[in-house]
Design a protein around this ligand. Structure first.
Ligand code: PLP
Length: 389
């Protein structure tokens, strides 16, 4: 049944590339020094850490001194929200504005902050998953300390108007955070031109390992630390640095930055061909998210009359890895909050499928998905009690 293996779930995570692996391996075996130590072994780790910081900074057009390494994207998101609202730059203001389609790393953190007495406004998005800058403008009050809007959505791929929101927040004297976990290394990000104050990113979305992330903190902003201890990362994030993981993130950032124009064009063309093919071959199926302003390689659909979970399992039997809703919520039976927020009905939202292409995918992978997915959908619909032609 399985003629090919196609990994099409790059928004969930990505394989570590050979170049990145070769670069990180010495930091487990021979270059194992603690970066805080004074002898040469430790100083060599320190130099590698600073080199990775420069690569991440360069990819964001930030200064290296504005980049801090963390344990994951979730931690960076927590640092931004909790650290800013509890920190001195909030100046006692207790209002946070975010959107209804954020990742749970933001939404659950916002909910925890509400329990602490902070006020949170969840700005809705349109049918394409785009947030309106005017709505954010209207939501800002003198008590607003922070606006957090994701760069690109992990479920439907839509890119948000980050530069416009950044300009608005700067003019209104409000701090602006963006969760760029899906976007970093995949689309151009310029924290200066886009007036971004805080930005979260994660290594495992760009062919580097899981369990390492970073946060950009614009110079002049102080976050109340979440992890206190040995004072690493200039007291912003204590804990002995994961040098191998950080080296990998730096190398992955360099590679993705250098390959970005070509890779964006390649993945966008593949995304278009796959989306058009699916819509042509399968009746009662719709693409979700913005048709053009989207993360390269990100394809998302809803299918009437069948469950996303069944499609994913059947695709797996065909050697294809895909997702329904968000990878983090696949254990839940609730339809995805993102699909509900963009106005899909509960029934149709249950039939969602996300196919996210990455660096290792080829045109042959697209051909294979286009051959197998229509058959899978047809087979499942024939068994479905709710499917009506
Ligand atoms: N934010 C977004 C938009 C994501 O897609 C993810 C992971 O899927 C995260 C945050 C969490 O990142 P991490 O897995 O590194 O904790």
């Amino acid at each position: 049944m399985q003629d090919r293996f196609v990994y099409a779930d790059n928004a969930a995570t990505t394989p570590v590339s050979a170049e990145v692996l070769n670069k990180l391996l010495p930091f487990y075996m021979s270059e194992y020094g603690n970066a805080s130590t004074l002898y040469r072994l430790g100083q060599s780790s320190h130099a590698a850490l600073e080199n990775a910081r420069r690569e991440v900074a360069k990819t964001l057009n930030a200064a290296p001194s504005e980049v801090f390494f963390t344990g994951c994207g979730t931690e960076s998101d927590n640092m931004a929200l909790r650290g800013f609202l509890h920190g001195p730059n909030a100046k006692g203001r207790r209002h946070l504005i975010t959107t209804t389609i954020e990742h749970h790393a933001i939404l659950h953190t916002a909910a925890a902050l509400e329990k602490e007495g902070f006020r949170v406004t969840y700005v809705p998005v349109d049918h394409f998953g785009k947030v309106s800058v005017e709505e954010i403008d209207k939501a800002i009050t003198p008590d607003t300390a922070l606006v957090s809007v994701m760069f690109g959505n992990n479920e439907v791929g839509t890119l948000e108007p980050i530069a416009e929101i950044g300009a608005l927040c700067r003019s209104r004297g409000v701090c602006f955070h963006t969760d760029a976990v899906q976007a970093f290394g995949h689309v151009p990000i310029d924290v200066k031109a886009m007036n971004i104050d805080l930005l979260s990113l994660s290594a495992h979305k760009l062919n580097a390992p899981k369990g390492v992330g970073a946060i950009y903190i614009r110079s002049g902003i102080t976050l109340e630390p979440i992890l206190t201890g040995g004072g690493q990362e200039k007291n912003r994030r204590s804990g002995t640095e994961n040098i191998a993981g950080i080296v990998a993130l730096g190398e992955a950032a360099r590679i993705h930055r250098e390959n970005m124009p070509a890779e964006m064009a390649r993945l966008t063309a593949m995304q278009k061909r796959l989306t058009e093919g699916v819509l042509r071959e399968i009746p009662q199926c719709w693409a979700t998210g913005h048709p053009t302003d989207r993360l390269p390689g990100s394809c998302s659909f809803v299918f009437a009359g069948i469950e996303g979970e069944s499609i994913v399992l059947d695709l797996d039997n065909n050697g294809i890895c895909a997702a329904t809703g968000s990878a983090c919520s696949t254990a839940s039976l609730d339809p995805s909050h993102v699909l509900l927020a963009i106005g899909q009905s509960r029934e149709v939202a249950h039939g969602s499928l996300r196919l996210t292409l990455g660096t290792q995918n080829t045109e042959e992978d697209v051909d294979y998905i286009l051959e197998r997915l229509p058959r899978v959908v047809d087979r499942l619909r024939k068994m479905s009690p709710v499917w009506k032609e």
